[in-house]
Design a protein. Structure first.
Ligand code: PMP
Length: 383
């Protein structure tokens, strides 16, 4: 079978050097080399989210574990949580919170749109919330939230924690944890960070750690950040739960790739690839769900020109060599989701658009062959 281009919004293609790191010999979690690697990885994670004094946690698990960890360490039963939801992953906070008996209120946008910052400010004035959650990029809708602006509003409510789900953004879109007043920022491995899934990566502000302490006993053992804290502060110091040592090696290499590329360069590259894809696809008659100013740079939600049916298009596209994802929830059958984050290069962008054109030409659809590629290349290779 031909090798497929995996252009889904996670997991993303993994560099060979990361796979090599993953396959290093398995050692003890107390091995001096591993201890050094974990320490460096924790520091590099802080660098990626631009924090000076944030406390990083790297815990075996996935993005969902990071979501649940954050909530269970931030609220107690009966505390009020405001969830700002731009889709499926925003809504997931509600499900988790309800399970713990937190009082959840939700400000939700129509799918493909965002909740206006003014609306959030108004809501915060009306009642006190222990925490607010915001999904930087909701992977169901391809919408990018205005983190900085929401952070500005939240600075006026110091008793409220600002929790950000960076799973589909961290390492691909700017996140200035300190400057924007973010209290907990977390990601998995498998999206813009470009590492196989398997770790929950969180960074806590001083205020978020104080909140954890103020809660006393919490209803989780494994997810209690206070149990992980001594290991994160001194990985040589002992044992809480056996770390995923091979995954730590992989993340270490993944973060090195990010920092070696340079954060500014990497964010610019993601923007360029997003623009190239979005412009090229529009030229071919597709449309991008969110309006221009709220489109994510890490992925796109793409709706079809009339006459092109979702499943048969995606199946043909796959036969031709490109894997994309189906729409979720109300968007199922109406859009496909395209990932363009992590360590992909211009080559994958060009090849994907070219294969999309070839696939379109196999349907009874009138378009100018080469027009999508032309539009994308004029952005990709602009001097
Ligand atoms: N948040 C967002 C924005 C996501 O895209 C995802 C996964 N696609 C998650 C949370 C959950 O992460 P995981 O699948 O790694 O548990």
């Amino acid at each position: 079978m031909k090798k497929k281009l995996m252009m889904i919004p996670g997991p993303t293609p993994v560099e060979q050097s990361v796979l090599d790191a993953l396959s290093k010999e398995t050692v003890s979690h107390l091995d001096p080399e591993l201890v050094k690697t974990l320490k460096e990885t924790l520091e590099d994670l802080k660098a990626v989210v631009m924090t000076e004094n944030g406390q990083p946690f790297i815990i075996p698990g996935t993005g969902t574990l990071a979501m649940e960890t954050t909530l269970v360490n931030s609220l107690k039963k009966g505390d009020r949580l405001l969830v700002i939801s731009h889709g499926y992953f925003g809504d997931r906070f509600v499900e988790i919170a309800q399970g713990y008996g937190f009082e959840v209120e939700i400000l939700a946008s129509q799918w493909g749109k965002i909740v206006e910052v003014g609306e959030i400010a108004q809501k915060l004035k009306e009642k006190k919330y222990s925490a607010v959650t915001l999904t930087h990029v909701d992977t169901s809708t391809g919408v990018c939230a205005p983190l900085k602006d929401v952070g500005e509003v939240l600075k006026k409510f110091p008793e409220t924690l600002f929790i950000v789900d960076g799973v589909c953004a961290t390492g691909g879109i700017e996140e200035r944890m300190d400057d924007w007043g973010i209290d907990v920022l977390f990601a998995g491995n498998q999206k813009a960070i470009g590492v196989p899934p398997g770790l929950a990566n969180l960074v806590y502000s001083e205020k978020a750690l104080e909140r954890r302490n103020a809660l006393g006993n919490i209803s989780s053992y494994y997810m209690d950040v206070n149990r992980w804290l001594p290991i994160m502060r001194e990985p040589a110091g002992g044992y809480f739960a056996t770390h995923a040592v091979n995954m730590v090696n992989a993340l270490h290499q993944g973060l090195k790739i990010i920092l070696n590329e340079g954060l500014e360069e990497r964010f610019k590259r993601h923007k360029r690839f997003a623009l190239a894809f979005q412009t090229g696809l529009e030229e071919l008659g597709f449309s991008i769900l969110p309006s221009k100013e709220i489109r994510a740079n890490t992925m796109s939600t793409v709706s079809y020109p009339s006459g092109i049916e979702d499943l048969s298009f995606r199946e043909k596209l796959y036969e031709n060599g490109v894997l994309v994802s189906a729409g979720k929830g109300v968007l199922a059958g109406k859009i496909f989701r395209l990932g363009h984050m992590g360590n992909i290069t211009e080559n994958e962008v060009v090849a994907t658009i070219s294969i999309i054109e070839r696939t379109l030409s196999e349907f009874n659809y009138n378009f100018k062959l080469g027009s999508g590629i032309g539009a994308a290349e004029s952005i990709l290779f602009a001097k």
